[in-house]
Design a protein. Structure first.
Length: 193
């Protein structure tokens, strides 16, 4: 649970940074991405963002600048912009073109270390892609990681045999994989009142 205002620290050494990954308008392009799960994802991200701001805890926005020719997330396209739920200024903006937010610019791991932050809470898009990759790598870097599963979403995927795997199944698999080894799985209601 987030501490109440009386317990707020004057620095961030005991704070958990909220890492909001790739919550961009281009993910609303259903023709490109297909069907998704968790229609409450953006609402939950908004609740988390509000809660972290109330505590004056660190907030990191991550933006994916795709290099793919057809991607709606390419810089210069409207889809590269953050969705309306992502408001205000973050304490750090990381820009990346790969799956892990730890390989963005500026270097998030160095920034966290410079502020004595050892714990992060991950939310955003896509559950089983950039969010999961970031969680795995952050754990390997020695960070304490919370993965806020109901503040993420993903899309249906077609397997090599043509079978479509539903987004909800992919999210459940990510939850099971991460809980087994890499991080603590959390739901929004466990963090906000």
């Amino acid at each position: 649970m987030l501490p109440n205002s009386d317990e707020r620290m004057s620095d961030w050494s005991d704070a958990t940074a909220l890492v909001i990954i790739d919550v961009q308008k281009g993910f609303d392009d259903t023709e490109y991405w297909g069907g998704r799960n968790n229609p409450s994802c953006e609402e939950n991200i908004g609740l988390l963002l509000e809660a972290w701001r109330e505590q004056e805890w660190p907030i990191i926005f991550v933006r994916h600048d795709s290099t793919g020719e057809r991607s709606p997330l390419r810089p210069g396209l409207p889809g590269n912009e953050f969705k309306d739920v992502i408001t205000g200024d973050p304490d750090l903006l990381v820009v990346k073109s790969v799956h892990s937010a730890l390989y963005g610019d500026p270097d998030m791991v160095k920034w966290l270390a410079s502020h004595q932050i050892r714990s992060i809470a991950i939310c955003g898009i896509q559950t089983n892609m950039c969010c999961e990759t970031t969680a795995r790598m952050a754990s390997d870097q020695g960070l304490d990681v919370m993965f806020i599963i109901d503040a993420t979403h993903t899309f249906d995927l077609k397997a090599s045999d043509g079978t479509v795997l539903p987004a909800r199944q992919l999210a459940r698999t990510t939850e099971m994989n991460l809980a087994a080894e890499f991080c603590q799985i959390i739901r929004t209601a466990e963090l906000v009142n």
